[in-house]
Ligand binder design. Sequence first.
Ligand code: NAD
Ligand code: ZN
Length: 343
Amino acid sequence: MKLTMHLGANSYDIILKRGCLSNLYQFTDLAHRRVFILTDSGVPEQYAKTVLDQCANGAVFTIPQGEGSKCLKVYGDVLSAMLDFGMDRKDLLVAVGGGVVGDLGGFCAASYMRGISFVNCPTTTLAQIDSSIGGKTAIDLGSAKNIVGAFWQPSVVLIDPDTLATLPRRQFINGLAEAVKAGLIADPQLFDIFENGDIDAEIETIIYRSLLVKKKIVQADERENGARKALNFGHTIGHGIEAVKGVRGRRTNGLYHGECVALGMLPMIEDKSLQKRTRAVLRKLGLPVRTGVNKKKVLEYMRHDKKGAGSTITVIRVPGLGCWRADTIPVTELPALLGVEEE
Ligand code: NAD
Ligand code: ZN
């Protein structure tokens, strides 16, 4: 399956096909330029090697796995390695891994010599469903997530669902939370797969339909001024939960991003019966439905969140299946959303 992201001069194809990683050379020139392949220590080596084997002049650079690699130090290490490899403006960076490798690799490509070509080969459900398209690249500064980055579109995104076979189950399910989100805001048929279908058998359809939702939204709004807000559904509260209980730094036993988003979506569904159905879907998937976090701490974080412009905050609500609405509310309404009584 092929999708084209129509963004004028920045347009690119998204290829979704089992085994397509072995055919990357058909979609981008690997023969006449240097190819710098970025991966991390948790991604099975065979994937980067599959890409390397197709290059006339390629090199693999492996960073430590985990969010901690989205930092200035590793960013510098990658740029230095690119320079040592002799990369110039016409050369290519290929990211092979999850959202960490994609976000960091994309930012390295965006900034090296003011921007070189970038190809993304996502290998986690989260990256295949969500982070590999949309053009957002970034690294973190300490605990401030994605605070330094750029919009940089890939020249092609190659999604090989076969790579998901090695992904730990919890990671696999984590990424699906973003697909449940896509279903809720824009695609009742996608939501139906989660309610009544077999997620393993229908994973390609799930990825495809989720990408279609994101593609339409991003095409309408490349830089997040209007419609793109919809993708933040579940994320305002989700980020608050992630700040308090997410996997971060030394807190290695926390919640994953998708798990936090799942929790963040529930209070923002206005229709009570849809809320109940969503809770059932999350339970069936094995995603959390109860936060178990200190809601006051979540609130504290949300009040200082970068998306809250002063005394108001924009939240995305789903009034019914397949539709959404952005509401700008006073931060004083946040406690009620989280079910916290203000002193
Ligand atoms: P990740 O990249 O850390 O991958 C999760 C783990 O799975 C890692 O340990 C990795 O080594 C391992 N892994 C990757 N592929 C594998 C495979 N096929 N088999 C076995 N193990 C594999 O995490 P993620 O969930 O993919 O991405 C999270 C990141 O994505 C965050 O930094 C987040 O900020 C970013 N993100 C970006 C966007 C965007 O629009 N750019 C959107 C959402 C999230
Ligand atoms: Zn997300």
